[in-house]
Design a protein. Structure first.
Length: 380
C-alpha cells in the first residue's frame, strides 16, 4: 500500500536523565555499560528482550579472544565475564587452536546461554547500571546534529531518556541511523548482505564421539548431502560445538537475500530457517557419530543476522588493515578474528586470515559516526 497515516504530535514523559544511555544488551552493550558505570557515570542500559546477552545468548559462541598464533588479545571486562562463566560452569574457557570446521581455524569460547544471562545481570547490578528490559529504543533525540537522548517504547507507552552520551549497541545501528548518521548497507554491486542463520541446540548427544569426528569428514559429508538435495540449497557446510556434556549447538541453516533492517525480510527468513532445521537434524543423526539419539531441545529466540548497516565513522577499518595486522595509535580493542564473508546469493564462504596468525587493532575513530556528536556506535 502507498497510503500514509498522520500521527499527531504528543508530549512524551521524560523517564530519566543519565550521563550515558546504552541501547542494546549484547556483549558490546554489557561491556560498555559496565565500563561507563565504573568510571562514575550514571548509566542506563535498554534491552528489547527480557534477558541480556545478544548474540552470545541467541546466536554464536564468543570468538577471537585468542589470535591464531595463540596470543590472547581480548582481556579486560570481557575476560571478567568469561571468568565468571567458568566459575559458574557456564564455559570451559578459551579453546585456542580449535578447528571448528574444515575451512575455519582459530579459537572459540563456548558459553552456556542461560549462565551468561545470569552473569550479565549480576555484573550490571554490581556496578549500579540501571536496566530497562522489554524496551525498544525507536528514535534519537537530536538537535543541531547533537544527540541528547533517545525515545523508548514499551508496555508502559512511549518515554524519553535524556543523556549526555548515547552508545548505540543495537547491532544494526538503529539509533545512529535515526539520528542521521551516514551508513552503507550491503555490497556495492547489488546491495545484498551476508545471509543470516538460526542456531539450534541438540541434547542426548554423545559428545565424546561428536567432538572426535574429523571436521574434514564433516565438510565432505555436508557437501555430498547438499548435492543430493538432502540439505537446503544454501547449506553446503555446517559446524557445531559442545556447550555442556551431551549438549551441542549447531550452526547449519542459511537463507539468502535478506535485509536485516526490513521486517518483511526478517519474517520470511525466520519462517524459512525454522523449516530447514529438521533437515539438518536428520542429516546429523544419519551421518555423524554421536548424534544418533540426539533430540532438538532449543532454537535461537531470534535469527543470527551477520550484516546490516555499516555506520561510516571517522575511520573505516579495511580488509587490508585486518589481513596486514595493522595497529593504530587510538585503538581501543584488538581482534584476531579473520575475514569471514558468507555468499549472499548462494552457498559457500570466503575466508582470509590475518598475516602470521597475528591480531589487528580497532581504532576509536571507527566508533564515532561522521556528522553526529555525542553518539558512539559499538558492536556488530
Amino acid at each position: 500500500m502507498d497510503c500514509t497515516f498522520y500521527e499527531k504530535e504528543r508530549n512524551i514523559p521524560i523517564l530519566d536523565k543519565v550521563d550515558v544511555l546504552v541501547v542494546g544488551g549484547g556483549p558490546a552493550g554489557i561491556v560498555a555499560a559496565i565500563a561507563s558505570a565504573r568510571n562514575s557515570a550514571s548509566t542506563m542500559l535498554v534491552e528489547r528482550f527480557g534477558f541480556l546477552g545478544g548474540m552470545a545468548t541467541t546466536g554464536l559462541p564468543l570468538h577471537a579472544f585468542v589470535s591464531p598464533d595463540g596470543t590472547q588479545v581480548i582481556k579486560g571486562i570481557p575476560q571478567e565475564i568469561v571468568n565468571r562463566l567458568i566459575k559458574n560452569n557456564g564455559s570451559p574457557g578459551h579453546m585456542p587452536g580449535t578447528i571448528i570446521s574444515h575451512t575455519m581455524r582459530g579459537s572459540t569460547t563456548p558459553v552456556d546461554p542461560e549462565v551468561f544471562k545470569q552473569v550479565a545481570f549480576e555484573m550490571l547490578e554490581e556496578t549500579n547500571v540501571k536496566m530497562l528490559l522489554y524496551t525498544l529504543a525507536v528514535d534519537g533525540i537530536v538537535q543541531n546534529n547533537i544527540v541528547n537522548g533517545a525515545i523508548l517504547e514499551n508496555k508502559s507507552g512511549r518515554q524519553a531518556v535524556l543523556a549526555k552520551v548515547v552508545i548505540d549497541a543495537s547491532g544494526d545501528g538503529d539509533i545512529a541511523a535515526k539520528c542521521g548518521a551516514p551508513f552503507e548497507i550491503g555490497r556495492k554491486k547489488d546491495g545484498l548482505t551476508q545471509p543470516p542463520s538460526l542456531m539450534f541446540t541438540l541434547a542426548n548427544v554423545d559428545t565424546e564421539k561428536s567432538d572426535a569426528f574429523p571436521k574434514e569428514k564433516l565438510f565432505q559429508l555436508t557437501q555430498e548431502a547438499n548435492q543430493r538435495g538432502e540439505l537446503p540449497a544454501p547449506v553446503n557446510q555446517l559446524w557445531y560445538f559442545t556447550i555442556q556434556r551431551g549438549i551441542v549447538a549447531v550452526n547449519g541453516t542459511r537463507v539468502n537475500k535478506v535485509d536485516g533492517t526490513q521486517v518483511l525480510d526478517l519474517t520470511r527468513a525466520e519462517i524459512e530457517l525454522r523449516k530447514q532445521i529438521p533437515k539438518v537434524v536428520s542429516f546429523l543423526k544419519r551421518s555423524v557419530p554421536g548424534f544418533e539419539s540426539s533430540v532438538l531441545v532449543g532454537t535461537g529466540p531470534i535469527i543470527g543476522v551477520r550484516e546490516t548497516r555499516r555506520i561510516i565513522g571517522e575511520y573505516t577499518l579495511t580488509g587490508e588493515d585486518v589481513l596486514e595486522a595493522k595497529q593504530f595509535e587510538d585503538q581501543i580493542a584488538k581482534s584476531g578474528y579473520f575475514l569471514d564473508i558468507h555468499n549472499p546469493n548462494g552457498a559457500g564462504v570466503r575466508r582470509a586470515y590475518v598475516r602470521n596468525g597475528a591480531s589487528y587493532g580497532i581504532p576509536y575513530r571507527c566508533l564515532i559516526p561522521k556528522k553526529i556528536d555525542n553518539l558512539i556506535v559499538a558492536g556488530r
